[in-house]
Write a protein that binds this ligand. Structure first.
Ligand code: SF4
Length: 587
């Protein structure tokens, strides 16, 4: 790679708020000599957010385990650093070598959330890599994207040379092989990756089927990177299963990561032991869309508490049922605050979204939480869900009041009981049964928020509502087409950066962005698509049948539920095909 003088970077570090974001050299980071292929991996947000991302860590470890390949990392410089880099003409550099990202062979960027999109444009600009793939020359890296938002690559297809659609572990090794075999030259390399299953090249490949690893690997990972400054999740993480069988109709992850593949319980315990030994962490998170659904979760928790008595084990996604909560008694995690997500206030609306949680489940879970010693219960809801009425919103208020009543009845210190109600705006996502319907517009969402603000009792209940404008932007991008790229680029040129950061979000820049393509944020967000028409993302085959999604949409409108396919008859979503099947340790 070309070089940047270390002193020029060091002089910038003296002038920024948090220099540790750019230093690298963390425990677990990899430095190699003489690698034939140089890769940079990025999460398009600031270091302390990006280092917590598991996808980058998994692919970093996988790529660095291959001889001749060196994967490094780069995150989005905070505005203070970006300004200095532009002033002193220091290009975006990787953390490991402090060499320019532009000189890498491959640059992979994970797309986890639409509100990080302007950050990858900022990174490309700082790197000196043309924003549009069509403007890149032979000296530029092949820039690719992956992650759940690549499920609809169209809004950002102009900016990437190719996309990995699906599980990165299934595709990345083949990409490395193909690129190394193709030798130098962007065009030859791009041609070489075109035939790999799960690779989408805008304008070149036809329909692409999501790549899936049939089972999660059992061998312990290489040492993960221990951040050099406080990260959002400062603990080790082990993914205990991928996929979810619950079938919530609003959830992209629940649809995109099908089928369920559980990691073997003994492998989970070995991984935890290896991570604890390699990093010194005293907390581990067992991650999954619904961690307590792992069929051997009791054995995992019992074994971990026996092997690592001082280790704090956290289960980040608890189901709304007392049995899930009881599992916390097998861990040494703090129980002062427990989070539950009923998502919708009324039984009718929970049936619409297929969140199979009854009022009784909610009350029993609340009772269990307060009996276990919690003083604070956090309740998550969405507003703007399809078919929602004011009666459904009243249900949110009723559940909050129930939580307070139960807390006062059973908590050890009734006076200290707190109920925190968090309300976000529903954003429809591609590849879900709700992909056809538009989201609520600003006026409707404001009216609903106002109702909750007015009617929610205040004593011991705290209501917080997410800002509407970032959700509208997310909605405008999520189901966009190729033309949306023009809006994203124009918003970035108008100053949009770090859109997921409340204090940085600039709605005016986004309005300017969408007006550049003759539209508006709201017009795009509320758009609905005919059930029998084409969708911009139809060329991405998620493996879940479009017919199944349409049936689910119709059942939602009728308020009918579809049972969990782990316990009930398979409703034929079409993902399982003999080669790829649900994998559970205990049935
Ligand atoms: S094919 Fe059936 S069993 Fe497999 S994930 Fe879909 S609904 Fe579940």
């Amino acid at each position: 790679m070309a070089e940047i003088s270390p002193t020029s970077i060091e002089s910038l570090l003296e002038q920024v708020e948090k220099p540790a974001r750019y230093i690298g050299g963390e425990v677990g980071s990899v430095v190699k000599d003489g690698a034939a292929l140089r890769v940079v991996l990025s999460y398009p947000d600031v270091y302390e957010i990006g280092t917590a991302n598991q996808a980058v860590q998994i692919i970093y470890s996988l790529m660095n385990s291959r001889e001749g390949v060196w994967a490094e990392r780069a995150y989005c410089p905070w505005p203070d650093m970006a300004e200095l880099m532009r002033r002193d003409q220091v290009p975006l550099f990787s953390l490991e070598s402090w060499e320019p990202v532009r000189a890498a062979d491959l640059w992979g960027i994970t797309l986890q959330h639409e509100l990080t999109y302007t950050n990858f444009l900022e990174m490309m600009d700082l790197a000196g890599v043309p924003l549009r793939a069509g403007d890149r020359g032979e000296d530029d890296p092949l820039v690719f994207a992956g992650g759940p938002c690549a499920s609809n690559p169209h809004p950002v297809s102009a900016f990437f040379d190719f996309f990995i659609i699906g599980d990165g572990e299934a595709v990345a090794p083949q990409v490395l092989e193909a690129v190394m075999a193709a030798g130098a030259g962007r065009s030859a390399r791009l041609e070489a990756v075109a035939g790999i299953e799960g690779i989408y090249i805008p304008g070149v490949t036809g329909q692409v089927t999501r790549a899936v690893v049939p089972e999660l690997p059992v061998e312990p990972p290489a040492r993960p990177i221990v951040p050099s400054m406080h990260a959002v999740h400062d603990r080790a993480t082990v993914e205990i299963k991928r996929g979810c069988t619950r079938g919530c109709r609003f959830c992209l992850a629940g649809s995109w990561y099908r089928p369920v593949r559980e990691r073997d319980s003994s492998a989970v315990c070995d991984m935890v032991s290896s991570l604890v030994a390699g990093t010194g962490y005293d907390e581990v998170s067992l991650s999954s869309l619904s961690a307590t659904d792992h069929s051997a979760i009791r054995d995992i928790l019992a074994s971990l508490s026996q092997k690592h008595p001082g280790l704090t084990v956290s289960l980040p996604s608890l189901r709304v049922d007392p049995d899930s909560l009881k599992l916390l008694n097998l861990t040494s995690s703090r129980k002062g605050s427990i989070t539950l997500a009923p998502e919708a206030g009324s039984q009718r609306l929970r049936d619409v979204i297929n969140k199979q949680v009854t009022e009784e489940d909610i009350e029993r879970a609340l009772t269990e939480a307060f009996e276990m010693g919690s003083t604070t219960v956090k309740l998550y809801f969405m507003i703007g869900l399809p078919t929602e009425t004011m009666d459904d919103l009243q249900g949110i208020i009723d559940i909050a009041a129930t939580a307070r009543r139960v807390g006062r009845q059973v908590a050890r210190s009734p006076g200290r009981v707190r109920v925190n109600v968090s309300v976000s705006s529903f954003v429809p996502k591609p590849h879900t049964p709700f992909q056809w319907g538009g989201m609520n517009g600003r006026a409707e969402l404001e009216e609903k928020q106002e109702f909750l603000r007015r009617e929610m009792p205040r004593k011991q209940i705290k209501l917080s509502m997410h800002d509407i404008e970032p959700s509208l932007v997310e909605g405008a991008i999520a189901r966009g087409g190729d033309e949306t790229a023009g809006a994203i680029e124009a918003a970035w040129r108008a100053g949009a950066r770090f859109d997921a950061w409340t204090e940085r979000f600039d709605f005016a820049a986004w309005e300017e962005g969408f007006s550049a393509i003759g539209s508006s944020v709201e017009e795009e967000a509320v758009r609905s698509f005919p059930l029998d028409g084409e969708l911009p993302w139809d060329d991405i085959d998620s493996r879940v049948g479009k017919g199944f999604l349409a049936e689910e949409w119709e059942k939602a409108v009728r308020g009918e539920v579809t049972p969990d396919c782990r316990w009930a008859e398979c409703p034929q979503c079409e993902v399982c095909d003999g080669e790829i099947e649900m994998r559970v340790e205990r049935s």
